[in-house]
Write a protein of this length. Sequence first.
Length: 234
Amino acid sequence: MLKIAGLNSGYGRVSVLEGVNLEVDEREIVVILGPNGAGKTTLLNSISGVAKATAGTIEFDGKAITGARPEQVVRMGLAHCPEGRQIFQRLTVEENLVAAHIGRGGKSFEALRNEVFELFPILKERRNGMASRMSGGQQQMLAIGRALMAEPKLLMLDEPSLGLAPKIIQQIFHIILNLSKSGISILLVEQNVQLALECGDYAYLLNTGRVRLHGPAQKLATHSDIGDLYLGGA
Ligand code: ATP
């Protein structure tokens, strides 16, 4: 589904990622772990075309997307739910969903919106309310709902649990598992290591722009070096 080989990437002259190899198979939940500044967001930005690759290849659904623009990438079925949610605060819930509908797959706006409302009933309740008036958890649900309006085959989520209460985090992870069961592949950046490894199939640990460790999530959860690699880099 997604295949990254030898990826170098960064911002202008600032190089962040070096030689990253990563794969996501169909229906898989792949987790990216790592401390602040490791390059996790940069990796998602490079896949979605926000940050530019300077070397290596990114292939999605059998096609090269290296250097593609964000609007091209999302049209191919790869949606990005960015760090900090980035919803339109001054629009209503429904208007946010309208703005995210790109008419990529076969489904109508109404059909997709109803699927989002089924997944997150609170969004239906608040559909005419301003996004800025909602709680952090509800805004995160709206951010995921917006990404789903693109009918993605692969959904990238950047720290969806950030700043949320434990009960809401459980809810969000439950939804992520359900999305995966419904056939959407997931690439998840997460600071909540334990929960992410419980939910994921495979995991990569990034530090200082390189993959330091990777393997089945359950194996990584018990890996003796994970703490050192998380904190100390190489
Ligand atoms: P966090 O958990 O803090 O979001 P992260 O693993 O997602 O960390 P990135 O946000 O990818 O890390 O940042 C990796 C490096 O790239 C950091 O050193 C950061 O300062 C740098 N960086 C991030 N965004 C930019 C930018 N727009 N321009 C220049 N450098 C940037």
